[in-house]
Ligand binder design. Structure first.
Ligand SMILES: NC(=O)c1ccc[n+]([C@@H]2O[C@H](COP(=O)([O-])OP(=O)(O)OC[C@H]3O[C@@H](n4cnc5c(N)ncnc54)[C@H](OP(=O)(O)O)[C@@H]3O)[C@@H](O)[C@H]2O)c1
Length: 314
């Protein structure tokens, strides 16, 4: 690959990482490079078969890679809880959590616990996973080099372009009526930005980041179960626009560069960069006005904790 982030990726031997949705798309591009640099990579995925296929591809390129399966369905909070429990039976350290998995512009449907699918998978499932893993991340941070223990939330510039102007809609988090699938996607990605911001405030020993990976060709026009499937089914015109949107865009291996930079670049510092939003590659940038709103970040944290408690998840 030979781009900026690859060259700046340090040796990760001895590091334990989790990448959600790490078997495909940007998650795969991230997992394979982290594994090639020596990390033990847990690919958190709802499909053991897809993990196996990714594992084959990774070990074909890097026979010594240490990649492992962690069963996780972000649309089912019980599965999220089980994933965190299962991880804790296998490891005592966690150096990096990459919250990458995502869905985009799905027609309205709800998760097991009644959250709209995009906010449920992209944000709430990841919020619970992060919350349950935070004690281990914190312990790891206390015995690690400053700034090396990280949480990376993969957001999108859609947090600025697509989310409602007023930001998080606390009175109507599911946005069932009166909002487009695109607005719901932007809303969930705004929540990812605010999540990192609040993590940085509450956990000063952990470097928390959010980012836009760039426009990345992670799927083909005919693919049914990837990020593009939602926009194509909800917005038929998107099938025609997609090739234009993706013109010149990199594939998932090259496209993972900004995630990899956030995950491991020594150029990012705990004191100055925690809570930051990165544009490709590695550019600390201002998120949208609502994405910069500290009060909104705090309110979202509190709203989410309450919503989880009310469903039996602490
Ligand atoms: N590609 C872009 O241009 C672009 C631009 C901006 C932001 N992003 C963000 O980048 C991230 C990765 O996107 P991508 O382009 O790599 O998409 P992708 O190829 O469609 O990959 C999405 C991943 O999320 C997983 N996932 C979906 N629902 C899940 C659930 N309920 N539980 C667990 N995993 C689930 C998928 O697993 P399955 O295979 O089981 O469905 C898949 O591994 C997303 O957060 C997206 O919003 C992408």
């Amino acid at each position: 690959m030979g781009d900026l982030s690859q060259e700046s990726l340090p040796d990760l031997t001895g590091k334990v990482v989790i990448v959600t949705g790490g078997h495909t798309g940007l998650g795969f591009g991230t997992s394979i490079e982290l594994a090639k640099h020596g990390a033990r990579v847990y690919i958190a995925s709802r499909s053991a078969a897809k993990f196996k296929s990714a594992e084959r591809d990774i070990t074909f390129e890097c026979p010594e890679a240490d990649v492992r399966f962690l069963a996780l369905n972000l649309a089912d909070l019980n599965s999220v809880r089980e994933a965190a429990k299962c991880f804790a039976t296998q490891e005592t350290s966690l150096h990096l959590l990459v919250n990458n998995a995502g869905v985009m512009c799905l027609p309205y449907e709800e998760t097991e616990e009644g959250f709209e699918m995009q906010i449920g998978v992209n944000f709430i499932g990841h919020f619970l996973l992060t919350k349950l893993l935070l004690p281990m991340l914190q312990m790891t941070a206390e015995k690690s080099v400053k700034g090396s223990v990280r949480i990376v939330n993969v957001s999108s510039d859609g947090h600025a372009k697509l989310a409602p102007e007023e930001g998080i809609i606390f009175s109507d988090m599911n946005m069932k009526d009166n909002f487009s699938v695109w607005a719901r996607y932007g809303h969930s990605k705004l929540a990812n930005v605010l999540h990192s911001k609040e993590l940085a405030k509450r956990y000063p020993d952990i470097l928390a980041l959010s980012l836009h990976p760039g426009t990345v060709k992670t799927s083909t026009l005919t693919a049914l179960r990837n990020l593009s499937a939602g926009p194509i089914s909800s917005t038929p015109l998107y099938r025609l626009i997609k090739p234009i949107v993706e013109l010149g865009a990199p594939g998932p291996r090259k496209g993972a560069a900004n995630i990899l930079f956030a995950a491991a670049s020594p150029k990012l510092k705990l004191e100055s960069d925690s809570g930051a939003y990165l544009l490709p590659i590695g550019k600390v940038s201002a998120p949208s006005k609502t994405g910069s709103d500290a009060r909104m970040a705090e309110d979202l944290w509190e709203w989410t904790v309450k919503a989880l408690i009310s469903r039996g998840y602490e």
